[in-house]
Design a protein. Structure first.
Length: 267
């Protein structure tokens, strides 16, 4: 499950291929309001700051609605239950799915996410500025904004190639560009509030992965998530920010596989 405004292509094919080699059937999909999925247009313009201050008039849906989308996809694919892997907002959707639909959840891997509590996982001032900036309107603005974000949120221990990132971001723009959809997704995150109590309902084997250098969702968010879910393991990756660099793939894949094996070992 992909993060805020991220399309299914945010999960690289090479990463998914490695999971397939480990015996998994991998499903990537575009969340509502992203990629080639349904765009929820026509309502009020999303106003995340107003939602944060208590005005929910621009909220089009919640994380729970997005979890229901994922269950609908499983139904369409005739998959009764799945190992859930999500990053950032996608992990929050996965948390909601695992809590609401335990019978559809084999295991949960929550990456770079938080509980929704205002007491943990808050962005640094520098990262908050990125959330508050106006959305890009052109391809050039979109690419430059993404590069600027990576300079703040990227993993300092795993620097990426800027030319490759520009090309990848350009391809994402060409596939789909829904700036207000990202705003509606952000409103959904804020409107869903503190989910700490609901996370206690998760009974699937769970692992929480978080980067020590995450500035968008600071490490306390991952720590609180693991604490809220009974039996959850916490894996902190040194030097990882709020991105998905190739250098962490082996550890993430090994962690996903090990956590899934916990589910396979249950009666």
């Amino acid at each position: 499950m992909a993060g805020l405004g991220v399309q299914l292509t945010g999960w690289p094919e090479e990463f998914c291929d490695e999971l397939v080699d480990r015996g998994f059937y991998v499903v990537r999909y575009d969340n509502r309001d992203a990629g080639l999925s349904t765009v929820f247009d026509g309502g009020p313009r999303p106003n995340p700051m107003a939602v944060y201050l208590g005005d929910r008039s621009s909220v089009a849906y919640t994380l729970e609605d997005m979890a229901d989308d994922a269950v609908g996809l499983l139904d369409a694919l005739e998959i009764h239950a799945a190992h859930l892997v999500g990053s950032s907002m996608g992990a929050m959707v996965g948390q909601a799915l695992a809590a609401r639909y335990p019978e559809r959840t084999l295991s949960l891997c929550s990456i770079s996410a938080t509980t929704g509590s205002s007491e943990v996982g808050q962005p640094t001032a520098e990262a908050f500025e990125l959330l508050a900036r106006p959305p890009a309107r052109t391809r050039e603005e979109f690419v430059e904004a993404d590069i600027a974000s990576h300079r703040v949120l990227g993993s300092p221990v795993y620097p990426g190639d800027e030319a490759e990132m520009r090309a990848e971001t350009g391809r994402a723009y060409d596939r789909s560009f829904v700036p207000e959809g990202t705003g509606r997704q952000l409103c959904a995150i804020i409107a869903s509030g503190d989910r700490t109590a609901s996370l206690a309902a998760i009974n699937a084997p769970t692992v929480v992965i978080h980067g020590t250098e995450d500035k968008l969702i600071q490490p306390s968010g991952g720590e609180a998530t693991a604490k809220a879910i009974a039996g959850a393991d916490l894996v902190m990756i040194e030097g990882m920010g709020h991105d998905f660099p190739r250098g962490i793939w082996p550890q993430v894949i090994d962690t996903i596989v090990s956590n899934a094996a916990r589910a396979d070992a249950r009666p």
